[in-house]
Design a protein around this ligand. Sequence first.
Ligand code: NAP
Length: 282
Amino acid sequence: MRTVTLNNGVEMPILGFGVYQIPPEQTERAVSEALAAGYRSLDTAAAYGNEEAVGRAIRGSGILRRDLFVTTKLWTSDAGEDKARSAFDASLRKLGLDYLDLYLIHQPYGDVYGSWRAMESVHREGLTRAIGVSNFHADRLVDLSDHNEIAPMVNQVETHPFYQRTADQELMRARGVQIESWGPFAEGRNELFTNPMLSEIASTHGKSVAQVVLRWLVQRDVVVIPKSVRAERMAQNIDVFDFELDADQMAAIATLDTGASVFFDHRDPAVVSRLGNVELKA
Ligand code: NAP
């Protein structure tokens, strides 16, 4: 698997498996199938409610811990230095691991500075190999980076053909922050899977639209973590390293950018208030 090198030298697989919206009772099976299909990077979150099931699948796989790259995320109701530390310990316990590969602040809300100090601590203690953020727009990312000892190594943000984040990626690159896409397929919105242009490009390579989208992201050096509960799609989504999009195809896909989220804007005050106040179930 191709990797990217984070700003502290840690190697992260460029393609992994996301488990958002996989119900806990389906997660062990899905992750076991993904590991069998060759995925070695897993992306979960405290807020997904399926960390324990991810942990069971890891243990059941027999794969060496050092061959896996495991990411989880801190939810906003656990923001702040002390609460973030406890939440980190709880996530580690639920996953059944003794260290993480990447720990992310899930949303740019609440006491992110307190949370970040806790994350710097667990990183210094060797309990997570890398730390980062998610859903941080450029202003918040720059502010957090400039006023702390350790700058985020990763920013996981919505990135797909309809919201391409090229300027954000440039800013992240200039500051040594690796961009990671969530929702690489826009969760199928805007009829992505039947888009005529993407379908045409896919047919020239004998690939699916999903594979073209993932290949386009990987060629842009964007880390991807597609989600599927179906084994045949898991296999398809990891099989994107045997073809290349040419410059014309890359340029054509660039025209699909709308420059806006297909879900919601993390800076919208109504979203800040709604999402920022979601409490995790115990
Ligand atoms: P996504 O990967 O863009 O789309 C998943 C959807 O695409 C599912 O409905 C899946 O259906 C379908 N699909 C997958 N492969 C396909 C294929 N080859 N052909 C046709 N349909 C296919 O959406 P996502 O799950 O939101 O994003 C991926 C990961 O990013 C998440 O799982 C999570 O780890 C992370 N994420 C993070 C945040 C954040 O705030 N940090 C937010 C959202 C997501 P089936 O499952 O039925 O195959």
